[in-house]
Ligand binder design. Structure first.
Ligand SMILES: C[S@@+](CC[C@H](N)C(=O)[O-])C[C@H]1O[C@@H](n2cnc3c(N)ncnc32)[C@H](O)[C@@H]1O
Length: 249
């Protein structure tokens, strides 16, 4: 049964189901800095906590980039990937078509929990990872999703979120926007001016889909749910890596 957890509202996140949003995101994704540094932090945190990642869940997986990064670093044997965008899920299917990992692609809307029953068939997980996806959900749904995540982990397993988080003021926000605009501009053709890039960035299809929460608040939510060893292990302006562990017993 699908449980409606959040009052229906005008949804903006559904632009992610469009092929042009997906294509635009994949074109500009490499302009978002620190991707490798973040994956390295995720690996170090998991190794320090002696989490051997065999079974993982990727929430808002897109084309499966985070799952791939974990496969490259750990002996992953089974992965479940959830997203509500068919173009994204197609990209993930293509990425893993020859993978030696048991990959289960689960079409599902994180705003509700229509995907949970199918994912539970692959649970418990050593790692639940998410990258740049949960910030599209309202705060109350972020919190309830974190609680569902806790229940899907094996004792000792970890949840790690690589995420856009709320800046403390407009100046920090401006510093982040500038960093991203310059990064996207660096990928653009020579004739595109930085003003062109900024205009395109501010008018992009998914510009209205972010619902950012401070990382401190999100860490507090995790602790209240029962996660231990909660920390923000990486932060550069709006980009953060945070998460926690389910107790071993
Ligand atoms: C910025 S992309 C990140 C994709 C991928 N994790 C990555 O790191 O490249 C955001 C992803 O969240 C997904 N998403 C947004 N809202 C969602 C929802 N309500 N349910 C499921 N997926 C959602 C989008 O379809 C998209 O794949």
């Amino acid at each position: 049964m699908t449980v409606q957890l959040v009052a229906p509202r005008a949804r903006k996140d559904v632009v992610w189901q469009q092929a042009d949003t997906t294509a635009n995101y994949h074109r500009s994704r490499q302009a978002v800095p620190f991707a490798e540094a973040q994956f390295e932090i995720v690996e170090r945190v998991l190794r320090a906590h002696e989490v051997e990642v065999l079974h993982l869940l990727d929430l808002g997986c897109g084309d499966g980039i985070a799952t791939q990064a974990m496969i490259d670093r750990f002996p992953v044997s089974r992965a479940a990937l959830v997203d509500f965008s068919e173009p994204m899920l197609d990209a993930a299917r293509q990425r893993f078509v020859e993978a030696e990992v048991d990959v289960r692609i689960v079409p599902g809307d994180l705003l509700v929990n229509d995907w949970l029953a199918e994912v539970e068939q692959s649970a418990p997980f050593d790692l639940v990872i998410s990258r740049y996806a949960i910030h599209h959900l309202p705060h109350e749904r972020k919190r309830s999703l974190y609680a569902e995540t806790f229940d899907l982990l094996r004792p000792g397993g970890m949840f790690i979120n690589i995420e856009h988080v709320q800046s403390p003021n407009v100046e920090y926000q401006a510093a982040f926007d500038r960093m991203l605009i310059e990064g996207i501009h660096g990928l653009a053709e020579d004739r595109e001016t930085i003003e062109d890039t900024e205009r395109a960035y501010r008018n992009r299809q998914d510009a209205d889909t972010n619902i950012l929460a401070p990382v401190e608040d999100q860490c507090a939510w995790l602790r209240a749910i029962g996660f231990v060893d909660v920390d923000c292990s990486f932060k550069a302006l709006e980009l953060a890596v945070f998460g926690g562990r389910r107790l071993r017993h």
